[in-house]
Design a protein around this ligand. Structure first.
Ligand code: PLP
Length: 320
């Protein structure tokens, strides 16, 4: 097996902490601590993606996401560090008082194209068409599809399993619970565990796509990566469990009940969850595992997203 090349962007290994919350103990893997400006799960994927962009001598990187996309922000910053320009295709609209991730996108000098919800459904076509037009003019463009979730990007979470193996006895573990947006994190975890022959369940909390869609996306990515890199392993579909129903308020919203849990947890632990991903995933983890005292068998993966909180300041402050 030949692992693809990467550059160093993430502060890893991230800590695996044991936390006590409301009488129950659990393990939390702090991928929110992969960095500061560059932080969260996306940084692991970008180590491989930016390496490839540099190898292809890209002058500009295109990527996409919501207007508070952590992935878009992390890409803009990682690319700036690598000396490459970015153009972001964001679902949302411009604001002079941009907060959180959007503020950082602007501050780090990205060019931004805003798309409405309908046009965003065709964002990949839009990015590739624009790339082709620029290619014809001799400009080198590297496109990173949504969430960095390509068969190259998911190496970030294949290698994560090896990191985790040094921190905990994976044979004694039942699974890992994570938020799933584009599905690359869960796909990497699934494939990483399969490659090392660990029978781990990956509990993915779908925040953006339906249960069926995200299941298919994750399996396709994991199998696609195994094929692309000629990895010898069998992916057991039964090891992927989608915890559905935790984003009924919509990707860009968060319910009052979830915010109450986020606040209780923040004030008890000093750890903050974001509104789009980790707040929803932790609600699922709390209900399905923590309350049932399974927190030492199933790890909660904190995938970051801190800057997204600033886009929802008023909502966070309105919670009692
Ligand atoms: C904070 C955070 N957590 C989780 C995810 C989901 O990761 P993936 O897109 O790999 O499913 C994202 C993706 O945007 C994210 O920003």
């Amino acid at each position: 097996m030949k692992e693809p090349g990467k550059i160093k962007l993430a502060n890893i290994p991230t800590p695996l902490e044991e936390i006590k919350f409301e009488g129950k103990t659990f393990l939390i893997k702090r991928d929110d601590l992969t960095g500061t400006e560059l932080s969260g799960n996306k940084v692991r994927k970008l180590e491989y993606l930016i390496y490839q962009a540099l190898k292809e001598k890209a002058e500009v990187i295109f990527t996409c996401g919501g207007d508070q996309s952590n992935h878009a922000r992390a890409t803009a910053i990682a690319a700036a560090k690598a000396g490459i320009k970015t153009k972001l295709f964001l679902w949302g609209s411009d604001s002079k008082a941009a907060e959180g991730n959007l503020f950082l996108d602007k501050f780090f000098g990205s060019e931004i194209s805003y798309l409405n919800r309908k046009n965003y459904q065709e964002v990949n076509e839009i990015m590739f068409e624009e790339r082709d037009a620029l290619l014809r003019k001799g400009k080198r463009v590297f496109v990173i599809p949504e969430g960095g979730s390509t068969t190259l990007g998911i190496w970030g979470y294949i290698s994560f399993i090896r990191e985790l193996q040094k921190q905990v006895d994976l044979k004694k573990l039942e699974g890992i619970c994570t938020a799933a947006g584009s599905g690359g994190t869960a796909a990497g975890l699934l494939l990483g565990a399969a490659l090392l022959n660990f029978d781990l369940k990956i509990y993915a909390v779908n925040v953006l796509y339906s249960k069926e869609e995200i299941f298919t996306k994750i399996i396709r990515l994991a199998e696609g990566c195994a094929l692309d890199y000629k990895l010898r392993c069998r992916i057991n579909e039964n090891n992927l469990v989608i915890l559905d129903g935790y984003s009924n308020e919509g990707y860009k919203n968060i319910s009052g009940d979830k915010l109450k849990l986020i606040k209780r947890f923040a004030q008890a632990s000093g750890i903050l969850f974001d509104p789009a991903y980790t707040g929803k995933a932790f609600t699922a983890y709390h209900e399905n595992f923590l309350k049932k005292n399974k927190g030492k068998k199933i790890i909660f993966l904190h995938t970051g997203g801190l800057f997204g909180v600033f886009g929802k300041k008023k909502k966070y402050l309105s919670v009692n």
